[in-house]
Design a binder for this molecule. Structure first.
Ligand SMILES: Cc1ncc(COP(=O)(O)O)c(C=O)c1O
Length: 405
């Protein structure tokens, strides 16, 4: 029998992962808070969830005794396909609910799994497959690709690039090895939104080089003025073919139910079929009562409009309190302030020690570039996820603490 030599009991690739940002934050903010604590570090909406969630969960109580199907229920898939068509102006029949939609236990799960669906441990000309991602970025992307043995190519998403990554500017020898690119629009943490041209260009690039675009659109419903376009909308506007494109959506932010763990992936039929096969072994199927609540949520817009109005009111307060200080700008989408405070870790510590505010140092969301510069370092991320009064108190304290510098 072959002996596999392994120096430790655990997968050595796990050592490639930094501690998750919230573990790091725990260590940074070990001191007691200066005032009653307010958590603005995690993108976990605290708005009241719509009543239909509790109603549907209660009505579905008889279904806890059943294993749910990996592909979800026909009603869920139809509600998602209908929402996609309405929201992104898709022509009739462009998204077939039976073959192009799959439920996810939150978009995070799918964003992690997509690397395994798309990449194998193959080498290309003796080198590993490449995954492209923005920098700073949602940390799950890096965890997924590093564990899969892929090579990350971090592409700056800084003020100079409009806070979005310019994948098209990468050299051909990288693009030819790319198997997957993550785009987050609206972007976490910067709130930038990719326009139609950029999305169409990126989809053309993906098809040319044969990689998959994983379009993370979980903040698409939290916008300031204009509904962000999505990758499927870009496909629709270029003839309706979804080849190479997967979009990831979630109810966590749209409907303020991060604890429900409900999202979906949709797009390219071949990729969705592969995803279904993968998830029939690995995935967490959504319980039937959760599918039922999710179906109701995707079919209703009024609670989403209320939600958006509340975020706008909080952005108004932020604009009033912070004005044009700390590089404040009103993000086109999402609910984060991305404040340029010079040293984000120091600011996060001061906000905690002096004012009991938990924000997230931008450096925890970025990786140092070839020159050792982490593009997130000057920033602190403030998640406006609390209610209006709490947000008002928090913003007053932020202005007080940061103004003292
Ligand atoms: C950019 C981004 N993508 C995906 C997710 C995952 O959200 P969920 O798994 O709740 O759908 C988050 C959560 O904060 C996020 O910020």
């Amino acid at each position: 029998m072959t002996t596999i030599r392994q120096t430790s009991m655990v997968n050595p690739r796990l050592a490639l992962l930094t501690d998750y940002p919230f573990q790091r934050l725990q260590a940074l903010l070990a001191d007691p808070p200066g005032q009653d604590p307010i958590n603005l570090s995690i993108g976990e909406p605290q708005h009241r969830p719509p009543a239909m969630v509790a109603e549907r969960l209660a009505a579905g109580v008889g279904d806890w005794g059943k294993y749910p199907p990996v592909a979800g229920s026909p009603a869920f898939r139809a509600a998602v396909a209908g929402w996609l068509a309405r929201r992104f102006h898709l022509p009739d029949g462009m998204i077939d609910p039976e073959t192009q939609v799959l439920p996810l236990a939150g978009s995070r799960e799918g964003l992690f799994q997509v690397v395994q669906v798309v990449c194998s441990a193959e080498t290309i000309d003796g080198r590993p497959p490449v995954v492209l991602l923005p920098n700073p970025f949602y940390q799950v992307y890096a965890g997924a690709l590093l564990l899969a043995g892929a090579e990350p190519v971090f592409v700056p998403a800084t003020r100079d690039s409009g806070f979005l990554p310019d994948f098209a500017a990468l050299p051909d020898d990288i693009l030819s090895r790319a198997r997957l690119a993550y785009l987050c629009s609206p972007a976490n943490p910067q709130g930038a939104v990719a326009g139609l041209d950029r999305l169409q260009g990126l989809i053309a690039l993906a098809r040319h080089h044969g990689f998959v675009l994983a379009s993370d659109e979980c903040y698409s419903e939290i916008y300031d003025a204009t509904p962000p376009v999505g990758a499927l909308e870009a496909c629709a506007r270029s003839g309706g073919d979804c080849a190479n494109v997967l979009i990831f959506h979630s109810l966590s932010k749209r409907s303020s139910v991060p604890g429900l763990r409900s999202g979906f992936v949709a797009g390219d039929r071949t990729l969705i079929d592969a995803f279904r096969r993968y998830r029939s072994y690995s995935g967490t199927a959504l319980p039937l009562p959760v599918l039922s609540a999710s179906t109701a949520l995707w079919s209703d817009e009024s609670h989403v409009e209320d939600n958006r109005a509340l975020y706008r009111a909080k952005m108004d307060l932020a604009e009033e309190r912070l004005g044009n200080r700390f590089g404040f700008y009103r993000p086109a989408g999402g609910f984060y302030l991305w404040l340029d405070v010079g040293d984000g870790a120091r600011a996060a510590q001061r906000l905690w020690r002096e004012a009991g505010l938990r924000g997230l140092p931008g450096a925890y969301l970025g990786r140092p570039d070839a020159d050792g510069v982490n593009p997130g370092s000057p920033f602190v991320r403030i998640a406006l996820v609390q209610d209006l009064d709490t947000t008002r108190r928090a913003l007053d304290r932020i202005a007080d603490v940061l103004m003292e510098d």
